[in-house]
Every structure is written in structure tokens, then in C-alpha cells.
Design a protein around this ligand. Structure first.
Ligand code: NDP
Length: 405
């Protein structure tokens, strides 16, 4: 009997719990735990009503290692799926080590006091996981996650050498709100408002943030949804791709933002509302970004009216049999289709489905090992087959367009 324990009952946690419940032959027992029990109750009841499957729920503060260890000892899962926030990565990894449980997540660790995310903190757990004979699988959502598996799949089947990787993430959806970040607003705003960087010839090249006039952007003509302005930002899979894709010379990440989004975010930043330093207001310490999150619309609350599609993929250029090759691999996901299936929009869906598939790879032993791993280190084929089956079909075409040099 393979039991999983999901930590985090937000947008992504909802999709992971539902998609796992749809595959009872792999996920025999499911426990969902989060900080706010009522959110777990809602998901549990919904799964019972729509799928007729019983899941267990529990309450945990995953910042607290002792409490999380107790939770793991109580439920004895085979694998913990961490879809809480990046702040909890290390405490949940510590609890997994203490309780002897495999671990996976979708976003690398980030300290609360500094908007900086990188793999170094989690890669430092390599020996600890090895010694315990446990596996930690890092960054298994869409991007990071599928974006890297797309690259290793193309590497395996279409290239001898890869010279450049461009990851392009377009959300062409319309949620009808003035301003609403794609996922957890606090994490999302920390990510997209910091300066950009990309990998070139073995080092990082720094670029201005999307909020500065000198930001790096171009118009890309996406399949199905057409041209969208795409901005160069830093994204965490660039670090693991640079480590695991041999001899790659350049890796860039582009994300679409509308003029309206950038205007709103610029104003919020200029008036201090995106700051992560506490301010004292009526004798209370308040973090402006946390307050902003509290007043912004909850992304789950608009899922029924969210229309349009996401298009996320990678363009790789390199050589095969000494001939130049350029390939574009991508997925198109419809917000309303995602909502009809899981009750939530495509941003959470495109993250949660690959997380479920990563867990499936671990539970079935198709991806196995002792230590800390990134998705680039495993055979992409079984994962890619599951993407096709489980709601995220992908397509490969020759790429004949141009990209900024
Ligand atoms: P949400 O804010 O919707 O959900 C986060 C959940 O985690 C909430 O239920 C929250 O509880 C819970 N949580 C927060 N702190 C704790 C804690 N200390 N202990 C227990 N539970 C806690 O976020 P999303 O679902 O949008 O995102 C989840 C994760 O997915 C994030 O890490 C995000 O970075 C990642 N992500 C990855 C992507 C990828 O493609 N790789 C894309 C999008 C997101 P409460 O309800 O009480 O606040």
C-alpha cells in the first residue's frame, strides 16, 4: 500500500489532491494536511462528492519541524508532496529525514527575509538524504518541472548537442480582475519584480527587472493564442538546466505580462506596497506585501470565469548528426477545461498535474534513487507519456522563427 501526504491546501494542492484521487491504482491512500483545516475539509468533501473517493485530512504548521515530524510519524506516508510555500521546503525536508519519508516539491527554498531563491540550500541536503536511503525530488511542477523534462526529452530524442534553451511561459487568459498574480501573490510578486538574469557561456548575465524601462522583452507569436510581449526574468530551472544539460551555452526564461499588469505592479512597488520589510502601523508590525496579498482577489475565487489559455514551452537550438536543429515543444492548456475537471484554473492545473505525475514516478519506482535530485536527472519518457494521458498533451514542431540574440 503506497500512501502519500500532501502538505498545502491552496490552488496547486487542490489539483494535486484531485488528480491523485483520480488514479487510485497508484495513490491508494491520500492524506491532505495544511495550516488551515477548513480548506482541507472543503477539498476532501469535494473529492468525495465528485469522485466518490475518501481522503484523510489533518492540520499542520509546516514551519515547525517537530510538529511536521509528528504528523509524518502518525500517518506514515511513503512520500510527502510539498505544495505549501517555498519557505517550508527545508523544515519539511528535515521532518522527512527524521521520519524516514521520501520528499518532493515544486519550488526551491526561499528565505522569508530575502527575495532570493536558489537550489544551494536544498542541494546541501544531498548527503543527509543519501545516508537515510531516501529520495528528495525538487522542482516538479510545470516551470520548474515540465520545462526541464521537455529539454531532457528533446536532448534524448532530437539532439546530439544543445546550444541554447529559451523557455517561454504565456498566460493568455482573462480573469476579469484589474490585478491578480498567477499563483500565491506573495511568492509571485517576489519572483517577478526582482532583477532578471540568464545563463550565458558559463556565467550569469544580469538584466533589469520587468518594472524598469530598460527591461529585456520582445513579441513572440505563440501557437493558438498569437503574439504576446514576453519579458526576460530569472527562473529557477535555469540553475538546474545549467548544471545538468552538458555544454549548453545559453539559457533564458521569458514570461508574458500585459501592460495593465506592469502598470499596477509598478504603482504598488513605487508606493511601497510590495516591500517585505515590516512597517509599524498602530503599534503592529505589518509586512506590506502580506497585507497586499490579503486584499487581492483569491485566484481560486475567479476560476469559474477565467477564460483563455496558457501556452508554456521551450525552444532548443543545437545540432543532430552535425546538422543544425531548432525545435519548439509546448503545451496548451485551457482555463475553462481545467476548471471543469478540477474546479480551478490552468495555472494551478499546469502545476498540479506534473506534481501528481512526479509522485507517480516515485511511487512506481520509475524515478528512483538516494539523495537529492532534480527532474533533469531521470528518464523523461515515462513522464512525457503520462503528460499525454493526464491532461497536459504536448506538441513538437520545427522552429523557424527568430529569437532575440
Ligand atoms: P496558495 O497560497 O494557494 O497555497 C499555499 C498553501 O500552503 C495554503 O493552503 C497555505 O495555508 C499552505 N501553507 C502556507 N504556509 C503553511 C505552513 N506553515 N504550514 C502548512 N501549510 C502552509 O499557493 P499555490 O497553491 O498557488 O502555490 C503552492 C506552491 O506551488 C508554491 O510553493 C508555489 O511557489 C508553487 N508553484 C509552482 C509552480 C511550478 O510550475 N513549479 C507554479 C505555481 C506555483 P493557508 O491556507 O493557511 O494560507
Amino acid at each position: 500500500m503506497k500512501k502519500i501526504l500532501i502538505i498545502g491546501a491552496g490552488g496547486v494542492g487542490t489539483v494535486v489532491a484531485k488528480k491523485c484521487a483520480m488514479l487510485p491504482e497508484v495513490f491508494e491512500e491520500i492524506v491532505l494536511a495544511s495550516r488551515t483545516l477548513s480548506k482541507c475539509e472543503k477539498i476532501r468533501d469535494d473529492i468525495m462528492q465528485t469522485l466518490g473517493k475518501a481522503i484523510k485530512i489533518d492540520q499542520v504548521d509546516a514551519d515547525n519541524v517537530e510538529e511536521t515530524t509528528k504528523l509524518l510519524m502518525k500517518h506514515k506516508p511513503y512520500l510527502v508532496i510539498n505544495v505549501a510555500l517555498p519557505y517550508q521546503d527545508l523544515s519539511i525536508m528535515d521532518a522527512c529525514l527524521a521520519a524516514g519519508v521520501h520528499y518532493m516539491d515544486t519550488a526551491n527554498y526561499e528565505p522569508r527575509e530575502e527575495a532570493k531563491f536558489e537550489y544551494s540550500w536544498q542541494w546541501a541536503y544531498q548527503e543527509k538524504f543519501k545516508e537515510k536511503g531516501l529520495m528528495a525530488l525538487l522542482g516538479c511542477g510545470f516551470d520548474p518541472g515540465v520545462s526541464s523534462v521537455f529539454c531532457t526529452y528533446l536532448q534524448k530524442h532530437h539532439f546530439d548537442t544543445i546550444e541554447t534553451i529559451d523557455i517561454l511561459d504565456c498566460n493568455a487568459g482573462d480573469h476579469g480582475q484589474h490585478f491578480m498574480p498567477n499563483f500565491n501573490p506573495e511568492i509571485n510578486i517576489r519572483e517577478v519584480s526582482q532583477p532578471g538574469k540568464y545563463w550565458k557561456n558559463g556565467e550569469w548575465v544580469h538584466t533589469p527587472s520587468i518594472l524598469e524601462d530598460a527591461s529585456v522583452h520582445f513579441t513572440f507569436d505563440y501557437p493558438v493564442v498569437g503574439p504576446h510581449e514576453s519579458f526576460l526574468i530569472y527562473h529557477e530551472e535555469e540553475e538546474s538546466l545549467a548544471k545538468f544539460i552538458k555544454d549548453v551555452k545559453q539559457i533564458r526564461f521569458w514570461m508574458t505580462f500585459s501592460e495593465k499588469y506592469i502598470t499596477h505592479l509598478s504603482v504598488l512597488k513605487n508606493v511601497g506596497m510590495t516591500s517585505i520589510s515590516p512597517v509599524t502601523y498602530e503599534d503592529k508590525d505589518i509586512v506590506p506585501l502580506k497585507f497586499l496579498q490579503a486584499v487581492l482577489p483569491k485566484s481560486g475565487s475567479v476560476a469559474d470565469t477565467y477564460i483563455g489559455k496558457t501556452v508554456i514551452g521551450c525552444i532548443l537550438r543545437g545540432h543532430k548528426a552535425r546538422k543544425p536543429v531548432s525545435k519548439y515543444i509546448y503545451n496548451v492548456c485551457d482555463h475553462q477545461d481545467a476548471y471543469q475537471e478540477t474546479g480551478i484554473h490552468a495555472v494551478a492545473y499546469t502545476t498540479g498535474v506534473p506534481t501528481m505525475i512526479g509522485a507517480q514516478m516515485v511511487l512506481t519506482g520509475k524515478w528512483a534513487g538516494e539523495g537529492v535530485f532534480n527532474v533533469e536527472q531521470f528518464d523523461p519518457d515515462p513522464f512525457m507519456e503520462e503528460l499525454m494521458q493526464r491532461g497536459l498533451p504536448w506538441k513538437i514542431t520545427d522552429f523557424n522563427g527568430t529569437l532575440p540574440e
